[in-house]
Design a protein around this ligand. Structure first.
Ligand SMILES: Nc1ccn([C@@H]2O[C@H](COP(=O)(O)OP(=O)(O)OP(=O)(O)O)[C@@H](O)[C@H]2O)c(=O)n1
Ligand SMILES: C[C@](O)(CO)[C@H](O)COP(=O)(O)O
Length: 232
């Protein structure tokens, strides 16, 4: 059972509002995407990495991220789609012929550079035994469901977990789940959701509160602090 990573990095970073795409913003001199790929490159568990990038950024990404940082495990860089889900599906289709049905695929946002090798190890171990593994952290705040400005429910906090990535599955399972969602025009907000809706069980794996998705400018402030802490 080989292990591969699929890194969707084809977003436009609209909420970041930076002059360059956020995956290339520097954290202590290194692009966010390179910091993410570095963790997968280093992990002895990983056999190969597939990256998804906006079509017009593929040459830049190959030269400035993959070749410049010597990421030898990167097998392929393909173009993404309009939504994250379409980018992941493009990546899964690109894996066909290289990745076996029972191989494990770790799907991880290109803009979550604080993932650790320990998290990858935990996710792979669970994905080998179950339909899927979702890295997540327990909610720290009380969460309200709201309609038209009025609270409709307060779910018990101990049942709420915040989904991060990686989300890990056997290739056959996640490819089928994405193909079904695509055929049914169902758009989810993460990959596990597509597997859950087929009635399959995805297990929670403990993530880390530092494993943030860099989405808005405040996340860059946090990221700078986490990098400083890491380099101390
Ligand atoms: N069409 C898309 C949209 C997102 N992503 C990737 O999915 C991850 C999570 O997406 P998010 O952080 O929300 O990024 P953006 O879509 O770039 O952000 P925004 O919605 O602010 O434009 C990122 O690594 C992003 O590059 C992708 O591959 N293809
Ligand atoms: C997959 C994800 O990172 C889990 O938190 C998240 O759902 C992606 O968010 P996006 O706004 O769809 O990019």
């Amino acid at each position: 059972m080989a292990v591969f990573a699929l890194i969707p990095a084809a977003g436009m970073g609209k909420r970041m509002g930076a002059s360059i795409n956020k995956q290339y913003l520097l954290l202590d001199g290194m692009p966010i995407l390179a910091r993410t790929l570095e963790v997968f490159e280093r992990s002895p568990l990983l056999d190969g990495i597939f990256v998804v990038i906006p079509a017009d950024e593929i040459p830049f990404c190959r030269e400035q991220v993959v070749e410049r940082h010597g990421f030898s495990k990167v097998r392929s860089i393909v173009a993404g789609g309009a939504e994250r889900q379409q980018s992941v599906l493009n990546g899964l289709r690109d894996m066909e012929g290289t990745v076996g049905e029972d191989d494990v695929v770790l799907i991880h946002d290109g803009v979550r550079p604080f993932v650790t090798e320990e998290i990858l190890d935990r996710a792979v171990a669970v994905a080998r035994e179950h339909d899927g593994a979702l890295v997540a952290v327990p909610a720290k705040d009380t969460v309200k469901m709201v309609e038209n400005g009025i609270i409709t429910a307060t779910p018990p906090r101990e049942t709420l977990w915040l989904a991060q990535t990686p989300q890990a599955f056997r290739y056959g399972v996640i490819r089928a789940a994405h193909e079904v969602a695509d055929a049914e025009r169902f758009l989810g907000t993460d990959d596990a959701m597509l597997v859950e809706r087929l009635g399959r069980q995805v297990r929670i794996v403990l993530g880390d509160y530092r494993n943030v998705k860099i989405t808005t400018p405040e996340d860059m402030v946090l990221a700078e602090a986490f990098i400083k802490e890491k380099l101390q």
